[in-house]
Design a protein around this ligand. Structure first.
Ligand SMILES: NC(=O)c1ccc[n+]([C@@H]2O[C@H](COP(=O)([O-])OP(=O)(O)OC[C@H]3O[C@@H](n4cnc5c(N)ncnc54)[C@H](O)[C@@H]3O)[C@@H](O)[C@H]2O)c1
Length: 343
């Protein structure tokens, strides 16, 4: 069986999860690492036993024989790195947020299409076990046709100590976290035709918004509320769980804290445990996200092997990014933003 050889660019906080997951995926191996921060590069190289280390992506691409590139840097460098990988003829994975603007994202998609290389956005939240359980329950038909939903992420977890850049950007929660919740709303309820958003900043120590409430009108006729907050103090903080509610014509689904999913249908109510697996390298409370990193990277390898387009391809992610842009526009001018991607 082919073992795809990958080069990973960006050895920061989240790349550690990528690297653990790559070690567990039989069909791929990270053979080279790249980071502009030499100290970090060497430390991560030692931690994962990768000896081929580069301070510059050009040098890595020139010296290595790679089958794909995994970009795990922050957004400012995404476009240049993805375009560089495409120019070298290499399939490429790009962390979220895909790009700083829709224009950049469109250019990245076009560039990879012209080069004939697959492009996947590392949009992992829809790969979480509990989120897939909700989607399976919808698809089983048990609750009939969904007409209303809610995708909710509310916490007071201190994300700023591990990711200090999150406190500094003009944009925060929609671009960083809401982007995942909007992608889940698309995954569960289909494309949106209109979006209305309201935001606010509660934490005075950060620049961007830390609370957002978004209302989506889906092409199917369903309505969903996507809400996120890093200013919500509760007795038992659910971080990093996304809670989901779905009402259908024949029943309902409730994904509650503690990974408990209740499906109520004409047959009655069934509650099941939809907890993610605690992978050997994972830790609480992050294990839900860590398992989804493994799942999306395994999907990438399956797609490389079969030639199928990844579920969260660059092309697909343009629709999630369009919702992010629509949310900021709506929150700024008070309008409801029409979208042209509704199916
Ligand atoms: N999907 C998730 O659940 C999740 C969670 C956390 C972070 N993320 C995303 O992961 C990305 C990385 O976040 P992070 O917190 O690990 O950031 P980080 O700042 O800890 O790490 C980024 C690393 O990239 C390096 N880098 C930057 N530009 C480079 C370049 N041109 N060439 C080589 N190296 C370069 C930096 O030196 C740094 O080591 C972000 O886009 C973030 O949104 C995703």
């Amino acid at each position: 069986m082919t073992r795809f050889r990958g080069g990973l660019v960006g050895c920061g906080f989240f790349a550690i999860n990528h690297l653990h997951a790559w070690r567990d995926i039989e069909g791929a191996e990270i053979v080279a690492l790249c980071d502009t921060d030499r100290e970090r590069l060497e430390a991560v190289g030692r931690q994962f036993g990768v000896a081929r280390l580069y301070g510059d992506v050009e040098a890595m691409l020139a010296a290595e024989r790679l089958d794909f590139v995994d970009v795990a840097t922050t957004v400012a460098s995404h476009r240049a790195l993805v375009e560089r990988a495409a120019a070298a003829g290499l399939p490429v994975i790009c962390q979220k947020p895909f790009a700083a603007s829709l224009e950049d994202a469109g250019a990245m998609v076009d560039c990879c299409a012209h080069a004939g290389v697959p492009l996947m956005v590392h949009e992992n939240f829809r790969w979480q076990t509990p989120i897939r359980a909700v989607r399976d329950a919808i698809e089983s038909g048990a609750i009939g046709e969904p007409f209303w939903g809610r995708v909710s992420f509310r916490s007071a977890y201190d994300v700023f100590s591990a990711q200090p850049y999150l406190a500094q950007g003009e944009r925060f929660i929609i671009e960083d976290l809401g982007i995942h919740s909007l992608d889940i709303a698309r995954f569960l309820f289909g494309e949106a035709a209109r979006l209305t958003a309201r935001t606010r900043r509660v934490n005075p120590a950060i620049r961007g918004e830390d609370v957002a409430t978004m209302l989506l009108d889906h092409g199917t006729g369903a309505t969903s509320v996507v809400d996120c907050s890093y200013a919500t103090h509760t007795k038992s903080d659910p971080f990093p769980e996304t809670l989901v509610e779905v009402d259908g014509t024949q029943g309902s689904i409730r994904l509650a804290q503690g990974y408990r999913m209740t499906v109520t249908s004409r047959q009655g109510s069934v509650t099941s445990d939809v907890s993610p697996r605690l992978l050997p390298w994972a830790e609480r409370p992050w294990f839900n996200i860590q398992e989804s990193v493994h799942a999306i990277q395994k999907h990438w390898v399956d797609c490389l092997r079969s030639g199928a387009e990844p579920a969260t391809s660059g092309r697909d992610n343009l629709k999630t990014l369009a919702l992010v842009e629509a949310a900021y526009r709506s929150a700024t001018d008070g309008s409801s933003v029409e979208l042209d991607s509704a199916a």
